[in-house]
Design a protein around this ligand. Structure first.
Ligand SMILES: Nc1nc2c(c(=O)[nH]1)N[C@H]1C(S)=C(S)[C@@H](COP(=O)(O)O)O[C@H]1N2
Ligand SMILES: [Mo]
Length: 413
């Protein structure tokens, strides 16, 4: 049966088993190696000041190491200057629970669909590969991407801007799978669970849910390939949910159980965790209490300069190329503006290839450098729904949904 898989599956599997068998040991040695190796300086207002870079995780290249177990690995920001698709081996990694399978037997793996359905399913990987194949480019962004910039500081993974990535995902529509199981009348949500689990029984297992209509919208997919290749173990091998336009907390990795619910999911990860103030931009003041909350959902527009960083030198009087990436959130990019005067005027940048409304979009502009002082570049994305980025950062106790205008300050020499 393995032979009917895409070649990358069987070829990848050997590689996968070989490299991931000693995941725990690899992770321990990675820290020792990393300590001795490069450190990266972090621009966070309230620390930490630096972190190690590591290359020791299976199927991963150089990553910023935030935590070993469960792994938190951030993409070094320069990677986003290489193109709008983030390479698999430098795609960020985030897990909540420490018990993560170190190998998957692709012959015995089963995807289960149960709950409020007419025909519960237990499908092998070769069976799911028979479902109509679809492809989509979409940004996977952690709800807490850029949390390290929050002031006042909030607890959680203190990410820079690299807890995001954009990939071409290949798989099948969740709707096709649910239709095969036959959703019963009265279904309200669909719950997703992966093969990872807690090390202490008291810790709630990581499960996320979408409304039945969202789950059946034809855009939510179950992916088995990432950028045309087998997904790295740490990004969810062999199957993961793709929820285009929504924060990646819903993008359940190592997806193994799908449960159709006839009542709203009240598990910890829906009812208590990953909730945002029900206010515009999920914004509240740090002293506010008693506001209504809602599960985090759609993403907001963001944009970044990728070829220059604060502190870089530029030549007085020169004309420079400025380029970067943007995304609209849960819709496309309408335009990306660049300002050198603190937002008094905006240059309309030239947009790059359109890989669909859920993808990163490249942009570029030419900018004249003044004779002296500093050159301040601010970048602002407006999406096709007319939503734009604001100057003032939002704040909430979860450190979620930061999307304010980014500014890069260059020294004129
Ligand atoms: N099974 C499982 N899926 C998961 C998680 C997890 O802890 N377990 N974390 C979610 C969160 S919060 C994020 S940010 C993304 C990270 O995806 P990545 O590691 O592929 O970048 O996975 C999501 N899917
Ligand atoms: Mo996340």
């Amino acid at each position: 049966m393995v032979e009917t898989f895409p070649t990358s599956y069987s070829r990848g599997r050997r590689h996968f088993v070989g490299s991931a068998a000693a995941l725990g040991a690899v992770m321990m040695s990675s820290v020792r190696a990393a300590r001795a190796e490069n450190m990266i300086t972090l621009p966070f207002p309230e620390g930490p000041r630096s972190r190690p870079l590591t290359t020791a995780f299976p199927n991963k290249g150089e990553m910023i190491l935030q935590r070993i177990r469960p792994p938190l690995l951030e993409t070094p920001f320069e990677v986003f200057d290489q193109g709008i698709l983030t390479p698999n081996d430098q795609f960020f990694v985030r897990w909540h629970l420490a018990s993560i399978p170190q190998q998957i037997d692709v012959t015995t793996f089963r995807l289960m669909v149960g709950g409020h359905v007419n025909r519960p399913l237990s499908l092998s990987l070769s069976e799911v590969l028979e479902l109509p194949r679809v492809e989509l480019v979409a940004v996977n962004q952690c709800s807490g991407n850029s949390r390290g910039f929050f002031q006042p500081r909030v607890p959680g993974g203190e990410w820079g801007n690299g807890a995001m990535g954009n990939a071409r995902w290949t798989g099948f529509r969740l709707r096709d799978l649910l239709d095969r199981a036959g959703v019963k009348a009265g279904a309200v949500q669909v719950q997703f669970n992966g093969l990872d689990g807690p090390t202490f029984p008291a810790t709630p297992d990581f499960k996320k849910s979408l409304s039945i209509d969202h789950a059946r919208d034809g855009e939510v997919i179950v992916a088995y390939l990432m950028n045309g290749e087998q997904m790295p173990l740490l990004n969810g091998f062999p199957l993961r949910l793709i929820v285009p336009g929504w924060y990646s907390t819903y993008w359940v990795k190592m997806l193994s159980h799908i449960e159709v619910l006839d009542r709203p999911d009240d598990n910890f990860w829906m009812k208590t965790a990953y909730r945002i103030p029900d206010t515009p931009g999920a914004n509240v003041s740090p002293t506010e209490t008693g506001y209504k909350t809602t599960p985090i959902n759609r993403m907001l527009p963001r944009s970044f300069v990728t070829n220059l960083k604060t502190g870089d030198n530029v030549k007085a009087g020169a004309t420079i190329d400025v380029r970067g990436i943007a995304f609209g959130g849960d819709c496309g990019v309408k335009n990306v503006g660049l300002s050198t005067d603190g937002g008094v005027t905006w240059i309309t940048t030239k947009l790059g290839v359109n890989e669909g409304k859920y993808s990163f979009r490249g942009w570029r502009a030419r900018v004249g450098v003044p004779a002296s002082g500093v050159l301040t570049l601010s970048v602002r994305c407006t999406n096709t729904q007319g939503e734009t980025q604001s100057w003032t950062p939002n704040w909430n106790p979860g450190g979620y949904m930061r999307n304010s205008i980014e500014t890069t300050v260059l020294n004129i020499v």
